[in-house]
Design a binder for this molecule. Structure first.
Ligand SMILES: Cc1ncc(COP(=O)(O)O)c(C=O)c1O
Length: 424
């Protein structure tokens, strides 16, 4: 499609947008009485209007039923989390029994490492990308030290090539081959938080499995953003947070995926708690742990119902809209944003560069040559909510659920003024 950087063209794209109606389902903050242009759905998704009523439903049950709310009411609490598994399984390409919701992301990665990082004398190395999200780095390093090993001997990072802003799949595959029988685990971010690159998860998983390693993915920036087929790709495990593209609210609960082939194993190493033991016998309060037959076996505690309520509300919208339609709009609106950026770049004489490769979701990371924080501050002051990453990058994520083509056009106009103005 031949794009145009005009108001009329952006309006036409909005009129043709079958997902356009969902914008109304979300609450936009305002700056100077105008709804913001929201580019930070990759950090914290907007609040779905439905979320409040789901939380209120729990509050009402608590008021009216108190402890009885665990087993009575419209959505009893003791198995509240189970309602999230089926819709989430669709989002990540899993069987329902392979998905559970619990804790938060870094906590879940630690718990899954207990099961899937079992270093031996011969096989102990971990492969990840250089400059992985810091929490993942701390998690890996502390796990390695916990096993009495030195991170320097264990963690191997795949580097980007000099002068390039992205990872090459072949470089990942070569590292896997090189480490071979010493490789215990591949654990990477499916979509990189900094440059927005989508790694070839299918190919990397296959290569890791071929040398006998476990393969896991941190899907914080992937879930609700890119097409995932965790079961078919034969991924061992994955975890993600829900507050970015899943729009479930700040710091909210994390999802996990554990491949079916690892379920129902009594002897798998795992940290256990009472919500992982069989429902049928849980309240007999026996000392023996009998694992649930699904990924809930990794659950420790009774579910944080007030947190799960807005997540469930958000999943209703995902069920309705469907990932294929979201991905179709994502590609179009991201391409339109890129086109607008390039148009403004031409008009303002090469002031920035998009460092996100073509394998991408909806995030474009823009390297600002020479403008830096001043331009970022100008955007924020003028109602464009984006974020800043050191040393000189802004990330723009036009989440297809609620961003419009008009937003992209308006952003272009504000950006142009910002580049030309000398002040915030
Ligand atoms: C890629 C990635 N991994 C891990 C985390 C940490 O998540 P949490 O604070 O929920 O543990 C984040 C948070 O933004 C992230 O983007």
């Amino acid at each position: 499609m031949q794009f145009q950087n005009t108001l009329a063209f952006a309006q036409k794209l909005d009129q043709e947008d079958t997902l356009g109606k969902y914008r109304e389902e979300f609450i936009f903050p305002k700056v100077k009485d105008k709804e913001v242009i929201y580019f930070t759905g990759n950090s914290l998704g907007l609040q779905p209007k439905l979320a409040k009523s789901y939380i209120e439903g729990v509050m009402e049950d608590w008021a009216e039923l108190a402890v009885e709310g665990h087993f009575h009411g419209e959505r009893p609490w003791w198995d509240y989390h189970e309602r999230l598994a089926a819709p989430l399984a669709k989002v990540v390409g899993a069987r329902k029994e392979e998905v559970s919701v619990m804790n938060t992301l870094t906590v879940n990665l630690h718990l899954l490492m207990v099961s899937f990082y079992r270093p031996s004398k011969k096989r102990f190395k971990i492969l990840c990308e250089e400059k992985a999200f810091p929490s993942d780095q701390y998690m890996l390093q502390s796990q390695v030290r916990f096993h009495g090993l030195d991170p320097k001997d264990v963690i191997v990072e795949v580097k980007k090539r000099a002068g390039e802003h992205f990872w090459r799949t072949n470089d990942v595959l070569s590292k896997i081959d090189e480490i071979g029988g010493e490789l215990a685990l591949v654990l990477m971010g499916g979509v990189n938080y900094y440059n927005g690159q989508v790694l070839d998860m299918e190919t990397i998983t296959k290569a890791g499995k071929q040398v006998g390693a476990h393969v896991g993915w941190d899907l914080a920036h992937a879930v609700g953003n890119v097409a995932l087929q965790l079961h078919d790709w034969n991924v061992d495990f994955a975890a993600w947070c829900s507050y970015k593209y899943m729009n479930s609210g700040p710091g909210n609960a994390s999802g996990i995926f554990v491949n079916k082939k690892h379920l129902n194993k009594k002897n798998i190493p795992r940290f256990e708690g009472w919500w992982g033991t069989k429902k049928e016998t849980r309240f007999l309060m026996k000392p023996e742990f009998e694992p649930m037959e699904n990924a809930d076996a990794w659950q420790l505690s009774n579910p944080p119902v007030l947190a799960l309520a807005p997540y469930l509300a958000s999943l209703r919208l995902f069920e309705e809209a469907g990932m294929p339609a979201l991905i179709e709009k994502r590609d179009k609106i991201t391409a339109y944003l890129e086109f607008i950026l390039m148009e403004i770049n031409k008009e303002t004489e090469d002031t920035f560069e998009v460092i996100t490769p073509k394998d991408r979701g909806c995030q474009l990371s823009v390297l600002l040559h020479g403008h830096g924080k001043r331009l970022f501050n100008y955007l924020i002051a003028n109602g464009v909510i984006t974020d800043w990453r050191e040393p000189n990058v802004i990330r723009l994520a036009p989440a297809p659920f609620y961003c419009s083509y008009m937003d992209m056009y308006r952003f272009g106009q504000i950006l142009k003024k910002g580049i030309r103005s000398k002040t915030v």
